[in-house]
Design a protein around this ligand. Structure first.
Ligand code: GLY
Length: 370
């Protein structure tokens, strides 16, 4: 069964369609957006091998011609060289302003292609077909697009909303367990930040969902997208509330920088550890009881996920070094670090009022357990 979450952003409104068999049904879903029956698809080599033939065949069957660019897989693609290659390829293929570009892939492809669409001829429309759990529940929705700079992640980009998102639950079957669980870190984040009932549902259903139950996966994606859509509609360009979506991310970004954005720590793994640290810090600050961080960590552990600093292989900087890396976060305003803390599960809020020594203590304790 297919479910639709509408993102009501006025003239930039769009649907996120969630369900099984959406690649096979792509022509019917995309056709209403087209002025002429052709699309340009940008993907990566790994996703292309798994899903591009099925997508192109489905489009052809629906009378839509397509051409595809396959970029190298991996985070290094999300930078100027592959970005300019993509923009020039789209121009060579005479993609016009009223055409549609399809981003078929995970977060790297979605962010890069969205940004290419944002600047091509001053803006063409694009469709996200996210193929990772992380992209389905987070990066494909909400219009953040961009690439990395040598100075940091996602520092070059723009807000450019997609015209449609197709989250095909079936494609999640091709993910490795590690990639799936990394995406699950973002799913847990939604329960923790604003929906205690959803977190309890995840505690009960997470293991079966990870084992492959499609209806549970579809519900988790839908609830995550609903929550993201609500927040994005309130604060599209992150002037306030949208920062809630960054629960766990201030810690995560420091840990990703400390591990060189390498295989040592995937983004979603860093988010999960970051959420556990944010709850620990909240409890130390007397904002919630000690049971709350324990419950968060218990669920992550039950799912077989990285939960603590001790779960990150290799060396890490000391607590002061990690705090320094947190200072590079995009949430820094006028030199003050903003944290997403919580009064309890499902009750997160944004604050700048966090004593440095308390953050250092939480980090030092986590590092001492390594
Ligand atoms: N990934 C956080 C956001 O879209 O705001």
């Amino acid at each position: 069964m297919t479910q639709t979450v509408h993102v009501p952003l006025g003239d930039r409104a769009y649907d996120v369609v969630i369900g099984q068999g959406l690649l096979a049904g792509a022509a019917e879903l995309i056709a209403p957006l087209l002025h002429r029956p052709r699309v340009a698809i940008v993907t990566d080599e790994t996703v292309a091998a798994a899903h591009l033939p099925a997508l192109q065949a489905a489009l052809a069957e629906g009378g839509i011609a397509s051409t595809a660019l396959r970029l190298p897989p991996g985070e290094a693609t999300k930078a100027w060289p592959q970005f300019s290659r993509t923009v020039e390829w789209l121009l060579e293929h005479k993609v016009e302003r009223r055409d549609i570009v399809i981003a078929l892939g995970g977060g790297v492809i979605g962010d890069l292609v969205g940004f290419a669409a944002a600047v091509l001829r001053r803006g063409v429309r694009f469709v996200q077909i996210p193929t990772s759990l992380l992209a389905q529940v987070d990066s494909s929705v909400g219009g953040k697009t961009g690439i990395n700079a040598p100075q940091g992640k996602n520092l070059i980009g723009s807000f450019h909303q997609p015209s449609l998102v197709l989250a095909d639950i079936d494609v999640l079957d091709t993910l490795t367990p590690r990639d799936f669980l990394a995406g699950y870190g973002e799913v847990v984040k939604y329960g923790l930040l604003g929906d205690a009932e959803f977190f309890a549902w995840l505690e009960n259903n997470g293991p079966q969902l990870a084992a492959g139950k499609a209806d549970l996966r579809a519900y988790a994606v839908r609830r995550s997208v609903e929550m993201k859509a609500e927040i994005v509609v309130r604060d599209e360009t992150e002037q306030g509330d949208r920062a809630l979506l960054n629960l766990g991310h201030t810690f995560c970004h420091a840990l990703e920088a400390a591990t060189g954005y390498s295989d040592r720590l995937l983004h979603g793994e860093g988010v999960a550890i970051g959420c556990a640290l944010a709850f620990e810090l909240s409890s130390r600050l007397g904002l919630c009881s000690q049971e709350e961080p324990s419950r968060v960590r218990a669920h992550l552990k039950a799912m077989g996920m990285k939960t603590d600093l001790a779960d990150i292989p290799g060396n890490l900087p000391d607590a002061a070094g990690l705090l320094d890396l947190m200072g590079q976060d995009k949430k820094v305003i006028d030199g003050t670090l903003r944290f997403i803390l919580a009064h309890g599960i499902g009750a997160a809020f944004v604050t700048s009022d966090v004593p440095r020594d308390k953050v250092l203590a939480v980090l030092a304790e986590g590092l001492a357990a390594r």
